[in-house]
Design a protein around this ligand. Structure first.
Ligand SMILES: *Cc1c(COP(=O)(O)O)cnc(C)c1O
Length: 416
């Protein structure tokens, strides 16, 4: 269970709305920092433990700066994410470049920044060498395929486009050793929005075993292991967040037996979480423009799926609070819609909510990851502003809303 509370009072958000019109996403700095500190504390036993914030979840430099201040690096997989990291002052090995189907120019830029490069395929060794040169540190992304050893809970990696097979990994490390690489890491990412803590323990277990085998076969002294991201967000009130203390303690036991046991200590444990780091700490604030009663009851918002695509894209649940009506009975049923000419532009379908009036403010929870980030301009919809609710209770505009001029910027009307 998790209580779907708001980090602001009604008076506070009304003051903010007088300055910044809806719709907007607002991020709770205190929530982000407290969560970051809980994560660091949980893994404080692990020598050099490091989180690399997966930028794609919330690619705003002010959010990335908070991550930097908390001691984290960034996980990037595109040119823009590398550029954003650089603008925030996150460079060198504070950047983990974990891309796939990578253009040459991105490898070149990642090398210029001194990022740690994580290769997604064995063929990328020669591609990297040709375009950007071989760095002294290399990591590979492992795809375990149909799982040996009966670890039933790790989905279906064999259907995922990512990573190298087990046999390819041995060959890949051998190849880069021959090319003079001296420092090595191992990476995987086999989960997404997973709430079962044992999934992450099993992932670490699998990687530890593999490192020991690679060490025995090739003599590699691994410097780090990156267990990826994929920690879920308890989007539904009945969901429970992953207990990081539990995950960490279990991983510690495995580390002590397997890594220490094989004489591989110290190996830095890394992760590259995005969703869990910001998801629960973002809120889409939107006002009711219309009510409509036909075969169903609708409330039409001033936000649309261009501001939050997850419900339309995956049928994802996002909790909704009707501001100021928190205590009232949920005795009405609404489809909560946006204005796109797409029938799946709905934030909720058949949702039990209190009676809603035009002008009411709805707060859509857990929009801090893949919310604004997934925004798009279909139907000429402009992307919303992003605000940061500072720890002192004030709100700062960290990205203004788009204007029509922004939308038309790529057109040249003079040649009409
Ligand atoms: C998306 C992604 C992440 C972050 O995943 P979350 O589910 O947001 O934690 C980390 N690493 C890679 C390579 C990714 O593609």
């Amino acid at each position: 269970m998790n209580e779907k509370r708001l980090p602001f009072t009604r008076e506070q958000i009304e003051r903010i709305m007088r300055e910044y019109p809806t719709p907007f996403h607002i991020y709770d700095e205190k929530g982000i920092r407290d969560n970051a500190r809980r994560l660091k504390k949980a893994f404080s036993w692990a020598p050099g433990f490091r989180e690399f914030f997966a930028v794609k979840a919330c690619p705003n430099p002010y959010i990335m700066k908070i991550m930097k201040e908390e001691g984290f690096g960034t996980d990037c997989s595109s040119m823009a994410e590398l550029a954003l990291s650089e603008r925030v002052g996150i460079t060198g090995e504070d950047v983990f470049f974990s891309s796939n189907d990578t253009p040459a120019a991105e490898y070149v830029r990642a090398r210029e920044l001194g990022a740690v490069i994580n290769l997604d395929d064995i063929s990328h060794v020669s591609f990297l060498e040709k375009h950007a040169g071989i760095p002294d540190v290399i990591s590979f992304r492992y795809n375990p395929g149909p799982l040996r050893g009966g670890n039933a809970i790790i989905g279906k990696p064999e259907e995922a486009k990512y990573g190298l097979t087990r046999d390819q990994l041995f060959e890949a490390y051998r190849t880069v050793m021959a090319k003079g690489v001296k420092r090595f890491g191992l990476h995987t990412m086999v989960a997404s929005n997973e709430l079962n803590p044992d999934y992450f323990v099993d992932t670490a277990d699998m990687l530890f075993d593999l490192m020991v085998e690679l060490h025995r076969a090739l003599g590699i002294q691994f410097e780090f292991v990156n267990i990826g991201g994929g920690f879920g967000v308890p989007y539904r009130p009945e969901d429970t967040a992953v207990d990081m203390e539990y995950v960490s303690n279990k991983i510690r036991l495995l580390y002590d037996t397997k890594i220490q046991g094989a004489g591989l200590h110290p190996v830095t444990i890394m992760m590259e979480s995005g969703r869990m780091m910001t998801g629960p700490y973002g809120y889409l604030v939107t006002r009711v423009l219309h009510k409509k009663e036909t075969y169903r009851n609708y409330v039409g918002m001033d936000a649309c799926m261009a501001d939050l695509m997850r419900p339309a894209l995956y049928g994802a649940y996002h909790h909704i609070t009707v501001l100021g009506k928190e205590g009232r009975p949920l005795d009405r049923t609404y489809d909560v819609t946006g204005s796109l000419c797409e029938n799946n532009d709905k934030f909720a379908i058949g949702r039990a909510l209190p009676a809603i009036e035009i002008g009411d403010v709805l707060v859509i929870h857990d929009t801090g990851a893949h919310g604004h980030a997934m925004g798009f301009n279909y139907n000429g919809k402009l992307r919303s502003a992003e605000l940061l609710l500072r720890t002192d209770g004030t709100a700062e505009l960290i990205r203004r809303a788009e204007t029509l001029d922004d939308y038309f910027k790529t057109l040249d009307f003079s040649k009409l």
